[in-house]
Design a protein around this ligand. Structure first.
Ligand code: RIB
Length: 335
């Protein structure tokens, strides 16, 4: 089995330089780094990570905890996190909680026991998540997407309030006045902020809020379909619907079509996230894009900085959302 000395000999550098490259403990010029990496490949050398982590006190791994790995929103955030973490010498361990607080607690414990150097955390959606995060025994944490009240922690969120305002204003400008809203999980900040943006925009337009137009969903496709059924059963159904994520918007489109309605001619539907599917639904979905990949890369940078400087002041990044107009909304044909 090749040793660090073999790598140094083949690369024509000192063993210290090889160690700096492996452990990222000192700046090494790109040409030298390349020579060492090529020598490691040539000699088939694999550093002993357990020994290294004991020596440098780091495993160079980051844990990512997300509530729904089947939702492309979280997959894209994870992709940004992995790409940036890898470029900074860290591997990522992904844990999917399926929105289950008990699994969330188990994964926090598991990752701490695995001695990850830091955690990126998207809450499953219950208030106790804050206390679980707070009890991570000092392991650096960055919260993404879902704000956690009551704890001081680095955070990366999207401007959900502004996004919902843009979506609702867009429908108002098309001439809709009877606009429904399908909300997401009730106890997570993105859903609350989007519902708040919808409400305040309707109020600012001088429209009386009809609470029967606001239906609870859970960010899953089926809940969007069920919510749309409820809206269409109203004595005076809405002519447009703001869904608080794309999966629920897709469920709503499916229900509208099954009811013999045309989207957007009979009912306009707007989503939130801009996952890849949104561009290829029928009709292509107008939605509010979240900076998913950037949320992951910013989270990686914040966490690596926190690992290197635990005393740095906490930072909160609010990333912009953007209205993406496609073909699922139109001027109403009925009042
Ligand atoms: O689609 C999943 C939703 O949950 C997204 O809108 C994201 O903001 C997350 O909170």
């Amino acid at each position: 089995m090749a040793t660090i000395e073999d790598v140094a000999r083949v690369a024509g550098v000192s063993t210290a330089t090889v160690s700096y490259v492996i452990n990222d403990t000192r700046r090494v010029s790109d040409p030298l780094r390349l020579r060492v990496l090529r020598a490691m490949e040539e000699t088939n050398y694999h550093p002993n990570n357990v020994a290294r982590s004991l020596r440098v006190g780091q495993t160079k791994t980051i844990g990512l905890i997300i509530p729904d790995s089947a939702n492309a929103f979280f997959a894209e955030v994870g992709r940004g996190l992995q790409d940036r973490s890898h470029s900074r010498g860290f591997s990522v361990i992904l844990c999917n909680t399926d929105g289950d607080p008990s699994r969330e607690s188990a994964y926090i414990d598991l990752l701490i026991n695995k001695q990850v150097d830091g955690l990126v955390f998207v809450a499953s959606g219950d208030n106790a998540a804050s206390t679980r995060v707070a009890s991570t025994h000092g392991v650096p944490i960055v919260v993404v997407d879902r704000h956690l009240a009551g704890i001081e922690v680095d955070e990366v969120v999207a401007d959900n309030l502004k996004g919902a305002i843009m979506a609702t204003e867009y429908l108002l400008k098309l001439g809709h006045t009877r606009i429904g809203c399908i909300t997401g999980l009730s106890d997570v900040s993105p859903s609350a902020d989007r519902a708040k943006g919808y409400r305040q925009t309707m109020k600012a337009a001088g429209l009386e809020l009809d609470e029967t137009l606001i239906i609870k969903g859970d960010f899953q496709c089926r809940s969007g379909g069920f919510a749309m059924q409820t809206l269409l059963a109203l004595p005076s159904p809405p002519t447009a619907v703001v869904a608080c994520n794309d999966l629920m918007a897709i469920g709503a489109i499916s229900t509208a079509c099954a009811a013999g309605l045309r989207v957007p001619q009979d009912v306009s539907i707007i989503g939130f996230d801009d996952i890849g599917l949104a561009a290829v639904t029928n009709p292509p979905l107008t939605t509010v894009a979240q900076p998913k990949y950037a949320m992951g890369t910013v989270a990686a940078d914040l966490l690596v900085e926190r690992i290197r400087n635990p005393q740095a002041p906490y930072r909160r990044w609010l990333l912009p959302t953007e209205l993406v107009i496609r073909q699922s909304c139109a001027t109403p044909i009925r009042p």
